[in-house]
Write a protein that binds this ligand. Structure first.
Ligand code: G3I
Length: 375
């Protein structure tokens, strides 16, 4: 090798080293040299998070820059729920939802809709009629009007909807709620899925191309809940209800048994025997790490707990990439932007994400970034 070629090689090697050091030394999720989760997983699935519209107010803020740098799908944490959008029968508040969808479109981000029907954060007017409990007939009509009005407004724009949220109860039965109690077995076919069926059919009629999801928690961690969901969706698919996919909220804990999660995903994957193009979405992921002393004071995580968190995330992301390779999964969403924004922080601090408070990158963020390249 000639003198000039040797110098050229040395310069190239130094440049490569500088670039890779730059990526590793990025400190914050919005840094120019920070790697991007969405970019790292582009061959597997979209990566997103739940936000609030005030995160979109200042283009110079860490949250705004993090959203654009790290994510290519988004959902609203609270502002597209029934109490926010439809607080009384004749009032719809679309300002925040519109702002969110506009922002997504301007930035090539896929917006999700969460959620059309839920037993929580749902105004009482749905269930009342002149001081009395509403009749099943009127409630069915209200469900149709509510779903049709919202889904039609965002036709072709909101690509995926949590049509119903958490309809399976912790006892593994259909959740007892005002919806299931009042609508009941409306069509007399022996099940009480009728309010769910009404919502899915109305959503499909309003936007036939939208992906319609039935969303729930603990499907990945509880086999009895996964089986109950399987039975419910199987029956509805056989009855022709237009359900496109299952939403796995994935509020999991540090050290979650990933082998058991894999089995539960496979229980629900068997629905493909009935609907071959059924899809999964991970809709609300976080990995809780409460840590307190005997007096209930917050204490920092131990090194072992941090390592377990990283390992559980690595095993989980490997499983999610497997599901993507099976053609089952194309979207995962974290339920918050960074540790400081999580609903899990209450009386106790929590550290559920790959991005720490103040948008600082954790070592496990880099583990997860590197994972697709290692497969
Ligand atoms: O908007 C009111 C505000 O006016 C009031 O001053 C304040 C006082 O507490 O409360 C505000 O409402 C809070 C709301 O979030 C908006 O910030 C509620 O108290 C609070 O309970 C509510 O919590 C939300 C929770 O759903 C409600 O069930 C969380 O932020 C949100 O992260 C959480 O999200 C759910 C998913 O939708 C479904 N799956 C589980 C997930 C976590 O619980």
């Amino acid at each position: 090798m000639g003198h000039f070629a040797r110098i050229l090689c040395a310069v190239v090697a130094a440049a490569v080293l500088l670039c890779s050091c730059g990526a590793q030394t990025a400190e914050f999720s919005y840094d120019d040299n920070a790697p991007s989760l969405a970019e790292a997983y582009k061959d597997y699935f979209r990566v997103g998070c739940a936000i609030n519209t005030w995160n979109l107010d200042n283009p110079d803020s860490p949250e705004y820059k993090t959203i654009l740098k790290q994510f290519n799908t988004l959902v609203l944490e609270n502002e597209s729920k029934p109490d926010a959008v439809h607080p009384s029968e004749d009032t719809y508040n679309f300002a925040n939802f519109d702002k969110f969808v506009d922002f997504c479109e301007e930035n090539d981000i896929v917006p999700r809709g969460h959620t059309l029907l839920w037993h929580s954060q749902c105004p009482d007017w749905f269930f009342k009629d002149g001081g009395k409990e509403v009749s099943a007939d009127v409630l069915i009509q209200r469900i149709k009007d509510h779903v049709t009005t919202i889904v039609s407004r965002y036709k072709g724009r909101v690509k995926s909807w949590d049509v119903v949220n958490e309809v399976i109860g912790d006892d593994g039965q259909l959740r007892y709620s005002n919806w299931s109690k009042i609508v009941g077995d409306y069509d007399g076919d022996g099940d009480k899925y009728d309010f769910i069926e009404t919502a899915f059919i109305a959503a499909h009629e309003a936007d036939p191309d939208a992906r319609l999801i039935i969303n729930d928690y603990s499907l990945e961690s509880s086999s009895s809940k996964a089986i109950r969901m399987y039975n419910a969706v199987k029956k509805m698919l056989e009855d022709g209800v237009p359900i496109d996919g299952i939403g796995f909220q994935m509020h999991i804990g540090n050290g979650q048994d990933v082998a058991a999660m894999t089995e539960n995903y496979q229980i629900l994957a068997r629905l493909r025997e009935i609907k071959p193009d059924l899809v999964f979405e991970v809709t609300e992921m976080d990995m809780s790490t409460y840590n307190q002393d005997q007096y209930g004071n917050n204490i920092p995580l131990t090194k072992e707990q941090e390592e377990l968190h990283a390992k559980t995330y690595i095993d989980t992301f490997n499983m999610l990439m497997d599901l993507s390779e099976e053609g089952l999964l194309d979207s995962i969403i974290f339920w918050g932007l960074c540790d400081g924004n999580s609903w899990l922080n209450g009386q106790r601090d929590n550290y559920p994400f790959l991005i720490a408070r103040e948008f600082k990158l954790k070592p496990e963020f880099f583990d997860i970034i590197d994972l697709p390249r290692k497969r």
